[in-house]
Design a binder for this molecule. Structure first.
Ligand code: CAA
Length: 258
């Protein structure tokens, strides 16, 4: 559409729904009959959601409908039959992949906190989508698996960086090359989920987390995320300087008459 808004037909093709309720946007992977398998339309539409998100949204929840968060790429894309309405998967250049990665990368922008609510399988591109979010709340039936190498490809939806940041290089290598499944207890131990709750309580746990985040002043929450995200790349002195920079601004704001 001329104004950049996403049509119902485009959401349908992408297998997505979007609900914006004040400061909270909820993106639902909505193709449960295919375990929320992902297509090029899904990734491109996710990118457009990021581009058109109202500026006052502070929290983005990504959830999956049905028994699985997402079974990853729609495997029909690897077949001659393909997926109706989708490009064929063939040799591709880096610009093409960059366009798909855009669907995930915006979930890390400082202005929002993104939360993946993950139940059941989160495989390949589904696992990477959960990793793209700032936080993961998992149901106790969660099953993470990085299947890409088993299909002859690398994880290329920006998932390798958060995976390594969370579990370290040796564990990431082991998880990717074996494509094995990480269940809830191990996911919590490795830090792949901040919270693991009984499956029936997933929605409530996410709601509580959203409420806690929204209770923090907006500019404070943005500053905290920016500060913590830059910490791994900083020396202690650089990080101390970053803390001072953020704090001076917040203290000035707090002392201004409201
Ligand atoms: N693509 C297309 N269809 C899929 C799908 C997928 N990734 N995963 C599940 N489906 C379909 C099944 O074909 C089945 O369809 P029918 O009812 O028409 O037969 C339906 O969803 C339900 O699936 P199951 O009966 O298998 O459901 P289950 O709950 O018993 O098992 C599952 C769920 C473990 C996720 C299993 O379906 C599975 O292993 N799926 C494939 C997972 C996979 O290998 N994904 C690729 C990851 S790599 C990747 O994602 C690369 C990338 O991003 C670039």
């Amino acid at each position: 559409m001329a104004d950049g808004s996403i049509t119902d037909a485009e959401f349908e093709q992408a297998g997505l729904r979007l609900a914006v309720d004040g400061p909270v946007a909820t993106i639902t992977l909505a193709r449960p009959e295919r375990r929320n398998a992902l297509t090029f339309s899904t990734w491109r539409t996710l990118a457009r959601i990021g581009d058109t998100l109202p500026g006052d949204v502070r929290v983005v929840v990504v959830r999956g409908e049905g028994p699985a968060f997402s079974a990853g790429i729609d495997l029909r894309l690897f077949t001659a039959e393909g997926v109706p309405g989708e490009d064929a998967l063939g040799p591709r250049d880096e610009d093409f992949i960059h366009g798909l990665q855009a669907g995930y990368l915006w979930l890390r922008r400082p202005e929002i906190v993104s939360i993946a609510a993950v139940q059941g399988h989160a495989i390949g591109g589904g696992f990477q989508l959960a990793l793209a979010c700032d936080l993961r709340v998992a149901a106790d039936d969660v099953k993470f698996a990085m299947k890409e190498p088993a299909l002859g490809i690398v994880p290329d939806l920006s998932g390798t960086k958060p995976l390594v940041d969370i579990v370290g290089v040796p564990r990431a290598l082991e998880l990717c090359l074996t494509a094995r499944t990480v269940h809830a207890e191990e996911a919590a131990r490795l830090g792949l989920a901040e919270l693991v709750v009984p499956a029936a309580e997933l929605g409530k746990a996410v709601d509580d987390l959203v409420a806690a985040i929204l209770a923090v002043r907006p500019s404070t929450a943005v500053a905290v995320k920016r500060l913590l995200r830059e910490a791994p790349g900083n020396t202690l002195e650089q990080q101390a300087a970053a803390e001072r920079r953020e704090q001076v601004v917040l203290l000035r704001e707090l002392s201004e008459p409201s």
